[in-house]
Design a binder for this molecule. Structure first.
Ligand SMILES: Nc1ncnc2c1ncn2[C@@H]1O[C@H](COP(=O)(O)OP(=O)(O)OP(=O)(O)O)[C@@H](O)[C@H]1O
Ligand SMILES: [Mg+2]
Length: 259
């Protein structure tokens, strides 16, 4: 593995082991989203208050149309609130202009989509390197080896020079996760990342998320899968634009005692 991947993972891991509670990383207050399209304005988020601490693995669950995508898009800055505040890693995301927002997102949040969204004309390793060009976190000469180290983490090194079309869905999603980690963001946000995968492949992708949480990442994931929802550390039940219930549990899976 690339030395700096090691360093950053070890660093965050020590940090996780040392603290009992992480610092607040995502803070939503009085968050309202009204969609103005259609004849009557529709309130998709009705005043959400939420604090997510560093190191949490949060699952957003709820029926279709309940507001999960709207909520996660507020956190990533993909969409903007009608009122209320979104503070992520100390940055007031709701107040950023477009350019500042894109630069901020690149460094702070890796986004994983249901349909992978890899660029079809770039190879696997080129897809992983692409976000690095926008953020300048890594020196140009180190980018390829860092991308290869990330591909090693998701067990995709041997496919590095293929085009996405030559990969299975699960393989494409693993590449998309490596790409989301390109600038070493503290947060991953994923909207139904396993929604387009069979259950075995979904399990592998979820296992990768569990590993990343153990390494210190904070993850917010929308899922329809009840089995996976039962395994996050904090499940938030969304209904009609509100968080109506939450359940907390310790991180399951292998390697728990490590560190
Ligand atoms: N661009 C939009 N314009 C108008 N209404 C919208 C828009 N996007 C979402 N909505 C409405 O907001 C509500 C919440 O939508 P959202 O996409 O957040 O739901 P969801 O929980 O992600 O659903 P699903 O599980 O089907 O993905 C829905 O009633 C939806 O119709
Ligand atoms: Mg959705």
């Amino acid at each position: 593995m690339h030395a700096s991947v090691h360093r950053s993972l070890e660093g965050t891991h020590e940090h996780v082991a040392r603290r009992s509670h992480g610092r607040p990383l995502i803070e939503l207050s009085s968050l309202v989203k009204v969609y103005d399209t259609g004849e009557v304005p529709f309130t998709a988020l009705k005043g959400i208050d939420l604090v997510v601490d560093e190191g949490e693995f949060v699952g957003l669950i709820g029926k279709s149309g309940s507001g999960k995508t709207t909520l996660i898009n507020m956190i990533t800055g993909i969409d903007r609130p009608s009122s209320g505040q979104v503070v992520v890693d100390g940055t007031p995301v709701h107040a950023l202009g477009e350019n500042a927002l894109a630069a901020w997102r690149g460094r702070t949040i890796g986004v994983v989509f249901q349909f992978f969204q890899l660029l079809p004309t770039l190879t696997v390793v080129e897809n992983v390197m692409l976000p690095m060009d926008f953020c300048n976190v890594h020196a140009v000469r180190e980018r390829e080896s860092y991308a290869m180290a990330l591909l090693e983490q998701v067990e995709m090194v041997d496919q590095a020079h293929k085009l996405p079309a030559a990969l299975s869905g699960g393989q494409q999603q693993r590449v998309a996760i490596a790409r989301a980690l390109a600038n070493d963001p503290p947060i991953l946000a994923a909207d139904e990342p396993t929604g387009n995968l069979d259950s075995t492949t979904a399990e592998a992708v979820f296992g990768l998320f569990e590993k990343l949480v153990r390494q210190g990442k904070t993850i917010v994931m929308v899922t329809h899968d009840d089995d996976l929802a039962a395994r996050v550390t904090r499940a938030l039940h969304v209904r009609d634009g509100e968080i109506v219930e939450e359940t907390r549990s310790p991180l399951k899976g292998s390697g728990q005692g490590h560190g």
